[in-house]
Design a protein around this ligand. Sequence first.
Ligand code: NIG
Ligand code: FE
Length: 392
Amino acid sequence: MNDLGLVEDGAVAIAGDEVIAVGKSADIAGRIELAENCSVISAEGKVVTPGLIDPHTHPVFAGTREREFEMRLAGQSYMEIARAGGGIRASVRRLRETDPETLYAQARKTTDRLLKHGITTIEAKSGYGLSTEAEIKSLEIIRRLNDHEAIDLFPTFLGAHEVPDEYRERRGEYVKLVIEEMIPAVAERKLALFCDVFCEEGVFSVEESRAILTAAKRAGLGLKLHADELKSTGGAELAVELAAVSADHLGYVSERGIKMLAASDTVAVLLPGTSFALGLEVTAPARKMIDAGVVVALSTDCNPGSSMTESLAMIMTLAALKLRMTTAESLAAVTVNAACAIGMGGKLGQLEAGFPADLTVWDAHDYRELPYHYGVNLVEKVIKKGKVVIDR
Ligand code: NIG
Ligand code: FE
């Protein structure tokens, strides 16, 4: 992860929506003949990276939950607020009564912000609907965004994000609904590439998660898991057992979980913004995982409850300070490794001939400025599939 393959005084040649050459400016200028209508973008003295990839976001929600932020400052925990009917369930009530146009407009604000922060691809979850109808409504918003906005979205069905109000006294029936009705409906409409579950004490148990993910796998979906976020429950182990593409959060991952992740292709997606915004001391043991050989990616976890941010650069700052990751490691974690976390390893997240022309130009002279100069947006230009989509 520390070898970024940095090119000093570099240039990138693009044809159509694809990178065709990367190297020293002089070398590229000698090798590539410019077409007549070709545009040259100067990034002199600036850093150019692959367009960032955010492998874990919840962008389809209605309303916001800043009141809960204040409640936590006053001493209540995330889980206390959730048990009292706030949290995810509060967002669910709002989303169900919101019409698709309003929902699209709000989600689009979020994806626009992500793009402005240099992120050209995201994984995007449903999970604030929790009925077949409202989950489909959410996934259809993600599909529309993917069709109409510059950013690419990889959709994930997260019907098992929480047990909704009307099933609190009969949770088994909700798990059954997810397995027997929602997963087939989502798969049939090809609305998702992945299925995710919030596996956590007080939300879905390892057994329930296994049942849901096994059904999803049978329906042809890839798997992801919110694992070991607030307690150690064996989530990482389950993710590896089922060959999930990623296990996410991992604040309380066990020793065995780390060993299993290291021996697998399952990517550990770490979300230091979440523990930061929840005011939690415990963070994922990133150093231990990286040193053990786990493939580590980073994400915003962008959502209205536990991590309201669209800045992966800010997440890199937290990765440095809280997870002790080097800047090179965190840059790899939001590009090449993040691609692996959405099943796109070797196809996305690198500046190399044959890769999509997704690039971010930073108003920075050294890549190490990215986490160092924190809390501001240093993005100058974003190029998506060969087109300049952000120019600040
Ligand atoms: O990733 N952990 C579960 N889901 C989100 C929180 C969602 C919410 O509170 O609205 C997360 O942290
Ligand atoms: Fe999440």
